[in-house]
Ligand binder design. Structure first.
Ligand code: AMP
Length: 144
């Protein structure tokens, strides 16, 4: 299965991006309101500046206390973002996520942000693929 299939199944939700100068507290508010786990930091909504996930916020609060909520997101974001392309195989993307120990990966096409998939999206797609394969194999065995 390709990344483009997952993007299609997610519909046209787009990617939630925020400005680098947003405070960590405001970023937490956006994560909570949108019920998502990560935000892409981007000045223009199309080019990647970094990524901040709920883990970064929790880690920073644990390390420095609630004072970090007044800092800007670019001060705690991950700047070296691992990305994937629409034509990548989802198994390869899952491997990247497992190796890098992160659960979100932005999809980039021609240097522009076109989507973001989570490990949950990949697992859901894989489960549905496995279920279809199982049905097909059962059909073959039973002679449907
Ligand atoms: P997550 O598992 O996505 O909540 O992220 C765990 C850590 O990896 C956090 O420090 C994130 O900023 C970072 N991270 C998340 N996604 C990526 C990515 N695609 N590339 C690099 N780092 C990431």
């Amino acid at each position: 299965m390709l990344v483009s299939h997952i993007l299609k199944s997610k519909g046209s939700e787009g990617v939630v991006t925020v400005q680098p100068g947003l405070s960590v507290a405001e970023a937490a508010e956006v994560l909570s309101q949108r019920k998502i786990g990560a935000l892409v930091i981007s000045r223009d909504g199309k080019t990647m500046g970094g990524i901040i996930s709920e883990r970064d916020i929790v880690r920073e609060i644990g390390r420095r206390g609630p004072g970090c909520l007044n800092d800007t997101v670019d001060s705690i974001m991950t700047a070296r973002v691992v990305t994937c392309g629409r034509a990548d195989q989802t198994d390869a993307v899952l491997q990247k996520m497992t190796d890098g120990r992160f659960r979100h990966i932005p999809v980039v096409d021609g240097g522009q942000l076109v989507g973001l998939i989570s490990i949950g999206d990949v697992v859901k797609a894989r489960l549905s693929e496995l279920s279809m394969e199982k049905d097909a194999l059962e059909g073959m065995i039973k002679g449907y």
